[in-house]
Unconditional design. Structure first.
Length: 199
């Protein structure tokens, strides 16, 4: 799941770092409308998390939410890099941000499930470390691409790397699930703890 966290933070960090400048240079928006885009993303992000949490609580596995969330946000990032004006980017951010929000809620739940009461602080500290490293790696790695080839190329490259990483995570999780299912006796999935079933 750490790979999925890195995949999602790469794209989120890159968008967060470049959106203000992208809004001025590529979208050619006044400062007020750039602020509206940032506010819109923050509001949608916050409002999406409770419904996402309710959905995640009903699912036996959390990694598919991370996968589809990261892929959805990566697609939004690619599309965003090719747009101009205010309305179209606002719509893309409003549609794409809930995918990213759901992915982060799912990853937070998984990391919490992996810990016990005595190790929860260390586990969540590790989660925070990986999260902020990923947020910083996005602009660091893809900033030169943006500088040399433009926003569309930089955003697309970042989204492609994110999609590749989260696909690797999905393949690893699917393999673990198949091995676990093949070893488990009939009915064992009903007796295992929720943390074991949902990780």
């Amino acid at each position: 799941m750490t790979i999925g966290l890195i995949a999602t933070t790469l794209t989120w960090g890159t968008i967060g770092a470049f959106l203000p400048v992208f809004g001025r240079e590529a979208l050619q928006l006044p400062n007020s409308q750039v602020g509206y885009l940032l506010a819109l993303q923050a509001v949608v992000n916050g409002l999406s998390r409770v419904p996402a949490g309710r959905l995640i609580d009903r699912l036996p596995q959390r990694w598919p939410v991370v996968f589809f969330g990261a892929i959805g946000w990566a697609i939004a990032m690619v599309v965003l890099g090719h747009l101009t004006g205010f309305a179209a980017p606002a719509i893309v951010l409003a549609i794409g941000t809930p995918f990213m929000a759901a992915a982060f809620v799912a990853m937070g739940v998984v990391f919490a499930d992996l810990s016990t009461a005595s190790t929860r602080g260390v586990t969540m500290g590790m989660y925070g470390t990986v999260l902020f490293l990923g947020l910083s790696l996005g602009p660091l790695i893809f900033g030169p691409v943006v500088q040399g080839y433009g926003y569309a190329a930089g955003f697309t490259a970042c989204a492609a790397v994110s999609a590749a990483l989260v696909s690797l995570m999905a393949a690893m999780q699917s393999g673990q699930l198949r091995r676990r299912t093949s070893r488990a006796p009939a009915g064992d999935s009903e007796t295992r703890s929720p943390a074991t079933r949902r990780a």
